[in-house]
Design a binder for this molecule. Structure first.
Ligand code: AMP
Ligand code: MN
Ligand code: MN
Ligand code: MN
Length: 277
């Protein structure tokens, strides 16, 4: 059997649609042989996913995707191979959860005042249902109420930069996220570096800051990524001596472009992070 590592997947413990068990079953059907569950700011699904992986004969890797900031911009740092009981990691989750609660409340106010929507009701529904309330949850609620026809549209129309319900957040510093992952015995991975709206020079500086903070790998191949972006990020990994991670960033079986296990192969000269796990 050929090996297929997917080190970036979400369950309904954050903003994915499938339960950890359902996610493992779906990934197994698609040929994934090593899987990291990387929910946003939680490891709540790891125990269930680990037992489902054991039953399916898949290698399980504990993980999370930490909401972080660098120069005021939101940056995601994945941690894989973690001790899920780590106190510094738990403290990091708690810090992010505080930001999420405050932001959700403020989104409700802004949707109401500036968007003329029942913002308080919308965010109350999200708060009641989501353990880690993300913008994806708010977007799904907006879709369910007929205010947008897709999650992407809801984010652009109501929640993104310049939209009525946009609320800027200062997530914990990138360096703090990387340190929490290291303290938990995990490898920090800079998630989807191609997606940040940064110039070439600023992206290089981000990678330098990430290396200085103890970063181990760049996410070189992500579901739906363009070839040119992959080449650019691979070059950065080479230049900085970083390992290469790969993953789908799968959330929802209804979204066709990034199913579990589907992303371009890593360049052969890079060290795959999956080999350390
Ligand atoms: P949050 O961490 O609460 O800011 O939510 C971010 C999540 O929203 C990301 O992890 C994505 O899953 C989702 N997201 C962000 N931008 C978009 C977009 N343009 N279209 C669809 N989903 C998005
Ligand atoms: Mn997400
Ligand atoms: Mn992300
Ligand atoms: Mn993700």
């Amino acid at each position: 059997m050929t090996s297929l590592a997917d080190l970036h997947l979400h369950s309904d413990c954050s903003d994915g649609v499938l339960s950890p068990r359902g996610l493992v079953a779906h990934a197994a059907r698609l040929g994934v042989t090593q899987l990291a569950l990387t929910d946003h700011d939680t490891v709540a699904g790891c125990a269930e996913a680990a037992s489902a992986c054991a039953a399916a004969g898949i290698r399980f890797v504990s993980g999370c995707e930490l909401s972080s900031s660098w120069r005021g911009q939101a940056i995601h740092v994945i941690g894989v191979g973690l001790d899920t009981g780590s106190a510094p990691l738990r403290a990091q989750f708690a810090a992010v959860a505080g930001h999420r609660r405050e932001r959700l409340h403020e989104i409700g106010i802004r949707l109401q005042r500036r968007g003329r929507l029942p913002g308080a009701d919308i965010v109350a529904a999200v708060a009641a249902a989501a353990a880690v309330p993300t913008r994806t949850h708010v977007a799904r609620e907006l879709v369910a109420r007929g205010h947008a026809d897709s999650v992407q549209h809801a984010i652009e129309r109501w929640l993104g930069r310049g939209a009525p319900g946009h609320v800027p957040v200062e997530w914990p510093e990138l360096a703090r996220s990387a340190a929490a992952i290291r303290a938990a015995g995990g490898w920090p991975v800079l998630a989807h570096p191609h997606r940040y709206r940064l110039s070439g020079g600023a992206l290089r500086q981000l990678v330098e800051a990430f290396v200085a903070a103890g970063g181990a790998a760049l996410e070189v191949s992500v579901g739906g990524m363009a070839r040119g972006d992959l080449d650019r990020i691979a070059t950065l990994a080479r230049r900085h001596g970083l390992a290469a991670s790969c993953g789908s960033d799968f959330h929802d079986p209804g979204i066709p472009w990034n199913p579990p296990g589907r992303f371009a192969k890593l360049p052969a000269d890079l060290e795959p992070l999956s080999a350390r796990l």
